[in-house]
Design a protein. Structure first.
Lengths: 244, 257
């Protein structure tokens, strides 16, 4: 079998446009998803039965339904109710909902993994719940949140390909277009795959950097790192000497 | 100085139920200022639960606690109506209680100085100059000045405990509660902990200590409280409780130890 590089070189603009739109989709949904995840996580940790129930239901729906169904419900469902959302923004909404559910679980699990004594020790010196959260719990949770957060983000970037189904011109959609013109699926989708891989790789490099920075500012905590490093990099994680 | 007629802590009819179990069952306890109380009992007798309840860390099912005149729980006013405290009032009372946890529960993301000064700043809202002075004073008193810039992960067990005590003392508490202060330490450090507690006692601090160390209780306590199944079954000076009790439950306990 012969690979034909002209398939790619002739339509490189389409791949660049697609990659750019994928980046836009992912970046906007990443930020909005994180923002939405905070109240969802707060509700899912709430002891108030109704508030807690709302969060549980939300998480069950978003996590229990295929992403493509969420995309269709957001895009076509809202259209039938008279809200004509542009496909790009339907994609952003769907991806934000998706990301918020998984990010909120990252927040919840990291926060509840802290020893309960950390809450008690904040409360016992007279701090309010909010102060304990602000000064004791959150600063300790940020570092450990990064590895599972990276995981979710990478999943989210890859899942954005599903948004091609509502004709958003992102990377997978452009791949389908080029493939339709050239009948060369192998060349096209290897290229598409490499571009996705490049994006997630670049993101994980940023995450490793962030992890090191936060790890360094909290000398006491086990220097985080390693886990993000393992994702999508070709090198094996280096063992750092740990001071005990 | 210390006026022993003033109660530092007063607990009435404390009950704490979890599921069907009464972890604390009808506890009455008055502690005058300056008294050193040791709380003894088997595992699961409710010692730590009592300490946590007195520190207002766990909700009460019934009864109330007064700390330096501030009530918590079902306090009745003159008309016999239940008064409820706001969360801010409860937080305020909490800052009057020093609590040293069994595992110390230091804040690993802050260095020793910040562990000691954080609550002075955000709870008591002391001025920076005062915080600095208090923190330095407490650190030198507990001989941990050289650890000021270290993080808890870099400290030994004994050092962590001193930092935990410093963190509590920095808020000028009315009383100090110690939950098994020796259990997380090497045996040779027990003497150091005892010396520290005796020093606090000499300064007139009211202390309640949950312990398994009999030597500790003998040398430290003005008064021993013995718990069984969430009830106080003996309460008195160490000599009466440890050596002369005729209660078979106590006899058995001290024979085992």
């Amino acid at each position: 079998m012969q690979l034909d590089p002209t398939v790619i070189t002739d339509s490189w603009q389409l791949f660049v446009t697609g990659a750019f739109i994928t980046l836009q989709l992912s970046l906007i949904s990443f930020v909005l998803g994180l923002l939405l995840a905070v109240p969802v996580a707060a509700l899912s940790m709430s002891t108030h039965a109704v508030l807690n129930g709302i969060a549980i239901l939300y998480l069950a729906i978003i996590r229990g339904v295929p992403f493509i169904a969420i995309v269709f419900i957001v895009h076509y469902g809202t259209a039938t109710m008279g809200a004509r959302t542009p496909a790009f923004w339907s994609g952003v909404i769907a991806l934000t909902l998706f990301a918020s559910a998984y990010f909120s679980e990252v927040i919840r699990s990291t926060v509840s993994a802290l020893p309960p004594g950390q809450w008690d020790s904040g409360r016992v010196v007279g701090m309010s719940r909010l102060q304990t959260l602000r000064y004791i719990i959150i600063p300790q949770s940020l570092g450990p949140m990064i590895p599972p957060g990276v995981n979710v983000t990478i999943m989210m970037i890859k899942e954005s390909s599903v948004i091609s189904a509502i004709t958003v011109g992102e990377l997978t959609y452009q791949g389908l277009v080029v493939q339709g013109n050239t009948f060369a699926p192998f060349e096209v989708f290897i290229t598409v795959a490499l571009i996705y891989w490049g994006i997630t790789l670049a993101f994980s490099r940023v995450a490793i950097w962030a992890e090191r920075r936060i790890g360094a500012s909290q000398r006491s905590i086990r220097p985080v790192g390693g886990i993000a490093e393992r994702y999508l990099t070709l090198s094996r994680p280096k063992r750092r000497a740990e001071k005990s | 100085m210390i006026d022993p007629s003033v109660l530092s802590l007063s607990a009435k009819a404390l009950v704490r139920t979890v599921g069907d179990t009464r972890i604390l069952d009808d506890i009455y306890l008055d502690v005058p200022r300056g008294q050193s109380v040791c709380i003894l009992g088997r595992s699961g007798s409710g010692k730590s639960s009592l300490l946590r309840a007195l520190a207002l860390l766990d909700p009460l099912s019934d009864g109330f606690i007064k700390i330096e005149g501030n009530a918590f729980g079902r306090d009745m006013n003159a008309q016999g109506l239940v008064k409820h405290q706001t969360q801010a009032e409860i937080d305020q009372i909490r800052s009057r209680i020093g609590f040293v946890f069994q595992d110390f529960s230091l804040w690993p993301h802050l260095n020793v100085r910040d562990n000691i000064s954080l609550a002075q700043r955000i709870v008591l809202r002391r001025a920076p100059l005062e915080i600095n002075e208090t923190t330095n004073g407490i650190m030198s008193k507990l001989s941990i000045t050289n650890l000021a810039d270290k993080h808890p992960g870099q400290l030994s067990g004994g050092q962590k405990q001193r930092v935990a005590v410093a963190r509590a003392l920095a808020l000028s508490p009315a009383l100090m509660l110690f939950d098994e202060p020796t259990s997380a330490l090497d045996p040779e450090l027990v003497g150091d902990v005892l010396a520290l507690l005796l020093e606090l006692k000499a300064e007139g601090m009211t202390t309640l200590t949950v312990t398994h160390e009999m030597s500790f209780a003998r040398r430290l306590a003005d008064r021993i409280i013995f718990l069984e199944k969430g009830r106080i079954i003996a309460d008195g000076p160490p000599a009466n409780i440890i050596d002369q009790s005729n209660d078979p439950r106590l006899k058995q306990f001290f024979k085992l130890i």
